[in-house]
Write a protein that binds this ligand. Structure first.
Ligand code: NAP
Length: 254
């Protein structure tokens, strides 16, 4: 049985990945890493199978990695509203103090990759974001965080770590049900800048979570980095993606 650790497990995608992996009893032993026990208790009705630690305190992470064969990284800096919203005033966003993308998305991910390497983890699935080829992307302006730039630096660190990797650069995330759309893989933000049929470059968190779970199972996902979006549900001519081995085979490294 493969022991897998999921970080960012209290997040909107991490929680779906964790729940999906728990359904593969006999194939995966899944553990979660989170900051706050009360949040875990509320989400999963139990704290069994969870470790508690902070990405910014590497020593608190290490116990979670013991005997793990695979790691799923779903942590992220998350901006919040700076001021209460007012009519006619554009809302401003900021990152909480000490939780800028440099800290969370670069050092926080680096600390996880280092802990994984020390523990002998064989495979890391990292969820990142599309848009990283454009330093002027609007996401980089949020809270002066340069979030896509720091996420890319962490990806580079993973690629050079020597551990097998799967880097999934997701399009905009939406909270609709999964398993109903054709997924599309791409490279270098082509799907963002020139999506086929001018579709929106988005994907449901449920479909992204399924891609993560499938990446843990298929050799064709190893040492690959790719963009991921989906066609809209019932899009003319689309075929709902079921064969992930073939989907991953269309992707390349780096
Ligand atoms: P999310 O809900 O914002 O979850 C982020 C997770 O990171 C939470 O579990 C959070 O824990 C954890 N975290 C943050 N700081 C931490 C720390 N110091 N120590 C431990 N854990 C920490 O994530 P999401 O919206 O599902 O996004 C998943 C991934 O997709 C992210 O990498 C995101 O950038 C990427 N993405 C998002 C979009 C989009 O449209 N939003 C588009 C493309 C890609 P707490 O619960 O304790 O805060």
């Amino acid at each position: 049985m493969k022991k897998v650790l999921v970080t960012g497990v209290t997040g909107r995608t991490g929680s779906i990945v964790f729940s999906k992996l728990r359904q593969y009893q006999g194939e995966f032993q899944v553990m979660g890493l989170a900051r706050f026990p009360d949040k875990v208790q509320k989400l999963f009705n139990s704290t069994d199978g969870f470790f508690f630690g902070d990405l910014l305190k590497p020593d608190t992470l290490r116990p979670a990695f013991v005997d793990c064969q695979a790691l799923v990284i779903l942590t992220s800096a998350t901006p919040r509203l700076k001021n209460p919203s007012q009519q006619g005033v554009r809302p401003e966003m900021e990152f909480p103090p000490g939780e800028m993308p440099e800290q969370i998305d670069y050092y926080g991910q680096k600390h996880q990759i280092d802990a994984a390497k020390d523990a002998g983890v064989e495979h890391i699935v990292l969820v990142g974001s599309m848009g990283g080829t454009n330093p002027a992307h609007f996401l980089n302006t949020i809270g002066n965080g340069n979030i896509l730039i720091w996420k890319r630096k962490a990806e580079e660190y993973l690629i050079h770590s020597g551990i097998d990797y799967t880097i999934i650069r997701a399009g905009g995330l939406i909270d609709e049900s999964g398993g109903k759309r054709e997924l599309l893989v791409g490279k270098d933000d082509v799907l963002l800048n020139n999506p086929p049929d001018e579709i929106k470059p988005v994907i449901t968190r449920a479909d992204l979570a399924e891609a993560v779970v499938q990446a843990l199972q298929h050799q064709t996902a190893r040492n690959k980095a790719f963009d991921l979006i989906s066609k809209p549900e019932n899009h003319p001519g689309s075929v709902v993606t079921k064969d992930f081995a073939t989907l991953f085979a269309q992707t390349t490294s780096g």
